[in-house]
Design a binder for this molecule. Structure first.
Ligand SMILES: [Zn+2]
Length: 464
């Protein structure tokens, strides 16, 4: 028995060490500070207790995170709201903001220095962002953006960066509420022990950009549910909801047709159920979920394969999924040359955390160029399916994409990527005549993609 237990523990620690190795391979380099070193770590597991108190009109959050630290120093995490209390391995601690080299972004770093190994971080904080108490209950959501810095889960909960997958559980308590609260989420929801208590379990491949979470009270939203049989024979649930009187059946119909198209091109739906908030505006993707307009719906569902199926490990990899989704939106065109001189879509700081918005135009054109180059082999689509299958639920760098493309095609596209995507020795950008789609969107002028308008908190509060 002892031997068995020992073997079991060794296997567990080996499995966990392997997880550390793969995720940490794509973390940014640690940051030397004046008197210590700030270290990127590997979250193993996070339990988030969300206590919505109707009488006090507040949301109080208690987070407990187990992480692995690969070298001696002070661990990095991120959280925008101010912490009320911090404990590390049971001892009171503190945290402060630290800049990444070049001031590209900021993180939170713990005051204490820690040894290599597993540690437990506990944080308590109040959250006001996108939390609105109303007469009948509370409307609250953890909505994100990949087009600005620090706009993933760190706006709401202590979390890690995009390179890190970890097991998350929400324990959601609605205290003293007049009505039942409902959850709209891409996790699996279990009823808690008491009325208006829920436990939400998210898949272990989820990262800081994955979670869709929205709660409101009974009666605020209309829902429509249906099922869909995937090509691998699973029956998944489709939930479509909104509060505007929009025709939900049209969203449902479009969802089904896009699912069929994408499964045909790229294989089985890479998540569990699918949740669509038919908000009528916005456009942001999550794993198997989106808040979207009708018009942007196909683009957002595509992101469940490219962006939230395969997952960019940092800001420099974010261009790939927008380029692929735009390539699809514009019906997989071909072009002999990329039609621009160069870009730095993957040439920003290794600490960069958001997507270069040239991805929609220049990135799309580069995919069209690859599509032309691979014309004799059926175009770029077969490679994209291969890449999605091989890297499903694994965070990747742009260089991983290039290496796989070279290996798959037997060609060497490195110099093309160096020039058009990394911008190595090519500081100038030149834009040739636009396609009709680009013109109709006014891409060059607004530098913002209509699929993903940059909504501020005021805009988002109206959608709660
Ligand atoms: Zn997009």
């Amino acid at each position: 028995m002892k031997v068995f237990v020992f073997t079991y523990l060794v296997l567990i620690s080996m499995a966990s060490a392997m997880d550390n190795m793969t995720d940490l391979l794509r973390s940014p380099p640690s940051i030397p500070l004046s008197n210590k070193k700030a270290i990127f770590v590997d979250f193993q597991k996070a339990d988030y207790q969300l206590n919505y108190d109707y009488n006090a009109r507040q949301l109080y959050i208690h987070s407990k995170i187990i992480f692995y630290q690969p070298e001696v120093g002070s661990p990095i995490y991120d959280l925008l709201p101010t912490e009320s209390e911090i404990y590390i391995d049971g001892q009171k601690s503190s945290a402060h903001l630290v800049y990444a080299p070049g001031n590209v972004t900021q993180y939170k770093v713990l005051g204490d220095q820690l040894a290599v190994g597993l540690h437990t971080l506990e944080i308590k904080h109040y959250l006001n962002t996108l939390v609105v108490f109303e007469n009948d209950g509370v409307s609250s959501a953890f909505w994100m953006s990949d087009l600005s810095d620090r706009r993933y889960l760190e706006q709401f909960l202590p979390t890690n960066l995009e390179y890190d997958r970890y097991a998350m559980t929400f324990y959601v308590n609605f205290l003293n509420f007049p009505k039942q609260q409902l959850l709209y989420t891409n996790g699996v929801v279990f009823a808690g022990q008491a009325y208006n208590q829920y436990v939400v379990q998210f898949p272990t491949y989820f990262t800081t950009s994955s979670v869709f979470f929205h709660t409101s009270f009974v009666g605020k939203f209309n829902h429509f549910t249906d099922t869909y049989k995937t090509i691998d024979g699973r029956v998944i649930n489709i939930l479509v909801y909104n509060n505007t009187g929009t025709d939900l059946t049209s969203y449902l119909k479009l969802t089904k047709s896009v699912l069929a198209e994408l499964e045909n091109d790229y294989g089985q739906w890479p998540h569990g159920n699918i949740t669509i908030y038919a908000a009528g505006s916005g456009g942001m993707e999550y794993c198997g979920a989106t808040m979207t307009s009708y018009w942007a719906l196909p683009h957002e569902i595509t992101h469940s394969y490219f962006a939230r199926g395969i997952i960019p490990a940092n800001g420099n990899a974010g261009w790939i999924d927008e380029a692929i989704a735009s390539f699809r939106d514009d019906r997989y065109q071909k072009r002999m040359t990329p039609g621009f001189n160069s870009s730095q879509m993957a040439g920003h700081s290794v600490y960069s955390r958001y997507t270069d918005d040239n991805a929609y135009t220049l990135g799309k054109r580069f995919m069209e160029y690859l599509n032309y180059q691979e014309d004799a082999n059926g175009g770029l689509k077969p490679f994209l399916k291969y890449y999605k299958d091989k890297w499903l639920h694994v965070p990747y760098f742009t260089q991983d994409f290039i290496n796989e493309l070279n290996a798959y095609t037997g060609k060497n596209y490195q110099s093309d990527f160096n020039r058009f995507i990394y911008g190595i020795n090519q500081p100038y950008r030149f834009f040739e005549g636009s396609t009709s789609l680009e013109k109709s969107f006014g891409f060059e002028d607004q530098h913002e993609n209509p699929h993903h308008p940059k909504l501020n908190l005021e805009d988002l509060e109206k959608l709660l």
